[in-house]
Structures are given as C-alpha cells and as structure tokens.
Design a protein around this ligand. Structure first.
Ligand code: PGA
Ligand code: ZN
Length: 424
C-alpha cells in the first residue's frame, strides 16, 4: 500500500519551476515522476498551480508541492497503488473543481504518474508492460526540427515543422534516418547563411521569413540526406493557429498576410500541393474557430491527418464535442492538459472508438522524465511527438524507446503511418 507521498520543486528545460513527486510504498519501493509544462497552452487545459508574487517570476510551485505533501498525501495513504483509477478519482474529488485549479494539475499529475511508476516496480515489470500488458506497439515518431511561433524568436508563424520516418524496419532504423536528416538540415541552413541555434524543442530556430521557406529547407535536407520526401521521410506541422489569430477582427494575421478561414485553407492547400510529403497538420485554426475547423475537416479529412491539440486539451468532454461537430480526425494527447493518467487513457480510448488517430505528445517545457515513452508504447498511441533528436530532455525519450525496442525485439510491434489509422 501507499505509505508516503511527497514532492519537490525542481526545474524544467526552460529553467522554470515544476513538480517532482515521490510515492513510497510500505515495502520500501519508490516511484517518482516529473511534470512537464507548455508555452502555447490551450484555454481549456487543467490549471498549473503557480505561486505568483516576486519569487522566480511568480512561477514557483511551492503551493502545488505543499498540496502534495499535505492534502494529497493524507488522502492517498494506505491505498493500493495498483488501483490507478481509484487513486486518480480520489484526487479529482479532493480537488473538486472542473479544471484541477484548487490542488493544481501539476500536483495531481505528478502523483498520478508516480503512483503508476511505483506500481510497475511493485509488479517487477517495466512501466510500458505494466500499463499496456501484451497489447503494445512502438510509436510512429514525429520530430520537430524547425521551431517557430511561440517556441522561437523568428519570422515563422507555424510553431513546429516535424519529420517522420515512414519507411523503416524498426524504431532504431527510422530514428537513424531522422538523425541523418537533422544533421543535414543544419548544413542546409548554414549554407543559406542562417544561425542554427536551437528552439525550445531542440529544432533549429533560423530567422527564416516564412513557413514556405522552412518547408523548402526541410525538403532539401531530406533529399540531400539521401531520402525520398514522402516515401522515406514525411513532413507534419503544428500551426498552433491561436498564436496568429486576431480575436478582434477574427482573422489570421499570418506572416504579413491577413486571411479569413477560406483564405487560410487556400494557403494550406498551396503548401500541400508544393510539398506532397506533408501528411499531418495540427491546430490549423484557432481553438474557438469551430466553423473554420469543421469546414477544413470536411474538405481535407480524407487527404490528410488533422490533429486537434488546443481544440480539445486532452479532455474527453471536449473531444466528444469535436467528434460530434466533425472537427479533425486525430487527437493530440498530453497528460498535463488533463492532469491524471486515468483521464488521459479515457481520451485515448474515446479517440480510438471514433476512428480518430492519437498522437502522444511532450510539452515545450520538459524534464528528463521518460514516462511519456513508456506511455506511448503502452497505450498503442500509434504516434508520438517528443521533439528533435537534440537537447537531452528530448533525446532521453527516444533513448528510452531504443531501450524498450531492444527488450521487445527489433521490428516487432512497430506502428506505421498511415496504417496506424483505425488499428482497433
Ligand atoms: P506547448 O507546445 O507544449 O508549448 O503547448 C506543444 C504543442 O502546441 O503541441
Ligand atoms: Zn500543438
């Protein structure tokens, strides 16, 4: 049973405070977990409790830490760590708000993940096995290699340009292709006279003027690395369109242009035509622009994967609404948007049931914690985005996948794209 729970204020990859939670069982086993943090957050995400005031720019998490050490520790003491659903529900009830504002989603998620880690250890199983049993799969990985929007200080308004290895014999094989393309991209950008400093997710953040230029550089890098665009390596992007949506005139102010819904759709079409290797687009419209999103989905859902991130915030209720309205055909899954392991699993299940793909995701503020890698394998998430093959907090996730694959046997249980659609 759970003997003791405590938390510590630690720091994430952007140097911001975050929560580390420890769950100790009566047999001495300890599970720990570290909580990530986003920058381009959706309006309906569960609340990250931050201290405010002067210390650490108001971003301290001592209140959340204190909630773990007192209220949560007291409520969960003596409970069975293997009953994840009951533990998560106990914390949800204890909080009592719809968005975990009282205890903090950062406090609750830290404990929720640490409980799973402790229970896996108690079962003498790796976390992916404990959470997923035998029905597991290595994910199709998406690697953000050019950063823009909220994640970089440059002229690119699209937040993330990702590459994904569509032709591979194993995760390792695919990852090697990504690494080769990443290093080639650096040379391509240098050749164009750009700085190759890194953005928050390990991608380059060159001062390119437009998204089209970024795609051109990416296309060139894939070819120069010796791969066929679309056949070996495909491209995905996350527009995170709320970043360039103007709430007053309800138009998209995108890289010097002012566009309405239809004009934005036409612009995306131009990119899809010029770069047929684009297979997935995330948050192409603002999270409150339901009309734009539904129209775009109607005309594009059979041609391309349309991923909902800020639109649904990993919330099963918001996903149910999106499904009903006909928005998107894939769900982005971020544990800290909803705040417990159980609710995240519920959103994954709901997506599956309705034929939506799932892409499990890191946050732009990360730690060395690799819970995400095990989670993606365990839930047969199909897809995972965890940043570039650079910056330790990103690479650790991929190194963990290499470990898992070596345990499973090369080439087994590997997801492909677009076969990962509708697997169940
Ligand atoms: P975030 O970005 O972690 O800064 O929210 C990731 C995303 O928008 O997918
Ligand atoms: Zn996103």
């Amino acid at each position: 049973v759970i003997e003791n729970i405590h938390a510590l204020e630690i720091f994430d990859s952007r140097g911001n405070p975050t929560v580390e939670a420890f769950v100790t069982l009566s047999n001495g086993i300890v599970g720990k977990a570290e909580v990530p943090s986003g920058a381009s957050t959706g309006e309906n995400e569960a609340v990250e409790l931050r201290d405010g005031g002067k210390r650490l720019g108001g971003k301290g998490v001592t209140k959340a830490v204190n909630n773990v050490n007192t209220k949560i520790a007291k409520a969960l003491k003596g409970m069975d760590p293997h009953d994840q659903a009951k533990i998560d529900q106990t914390m949800i009830d204890l909080d009592g708000t719809p968005n975990k504002a009282k205890l903090g989603a950062n406090a609750i998620l830290g404990v929720s993940m640490a409980v799973a880690v402790a229970a896996a250890k108690d079962s003498h199983e790796p976390l992916y096995r404990y959470l997923g049993g035998t029905d597991i799969e290595m994910p199709q990985t998406f690697h953000n290699v050019i950063n823009g929007g909220e994640h970089a200080d440059n002229g690119i308004d699209v937040q993330e340009f990702m590459i994904t290895p569509v032709n591979k014999t194993s995760f390792r094989d695919g990852f090697e292709k990504i690494v080769n393309t990443y290093h080639t991209l650096k040379k391509v950008l240098e050749g164009m006279g750009f700085e190759t400093g890194l953005g928050d997710e390990g991608g380059f953040a060159p001062n390119l003027k437009s998204s089209e230029e970024a795609l051109k550089a990416l296309h060139e890098a894939i070819v120069k690395a010796g791969y066929k665009p679309g056949k070996d390596i495909a491209i995905a992007f996350d527009c995170a369109a709320s970043y360039f949506y103007n709430k007053d005139d309800k138009k998209y102010h995108f890289e010097g242009k002012v566009l309405d819904d239809q004009q934005l759709s036409d612009y995306y079409d131009k990119l899809f035509k010029e770069f047929p290797e684009i297979i997935s687009i995330e948050d192409p419209y603002d999270e409150n622009d339901i009309d734009g999103m539904v129209k775009f989905t109607k005309s594009h859902k059979d041609k391309i994967q349309i991923v909902l991130d800020d639109f649904i915030c990993t919330n099963p209720k918001l996903l149910a609404k999106a499904i009903k309205e006909g928005a998107g055909n894939a769900a982005l899954i971020k544990l800290n948007q909803i705040g417990t392991v159980s609710e995240t699993l519920e959103t994954v299940r709901l997506s599956r049931k309705n034929g939506y793909n799932t892409m499990i995701s890191h946050r732009s503020g990360e730690t060395g914690d690799t819970f995400l890698s095990d989670f993606a394998v365990a839930v047969k998430g199909g897809q995972l985005k965890a940043g570039a093959p650079a910056r330790s907090e990103r690479v650790e996730k991929y190194n963990r996948l290499l470990e898992i694959e070596s345990e499973l046997g090369k080439g087994e249980h590997i997801a492909t794209f677009p076969d990962s659609i509708d697997k169940d």
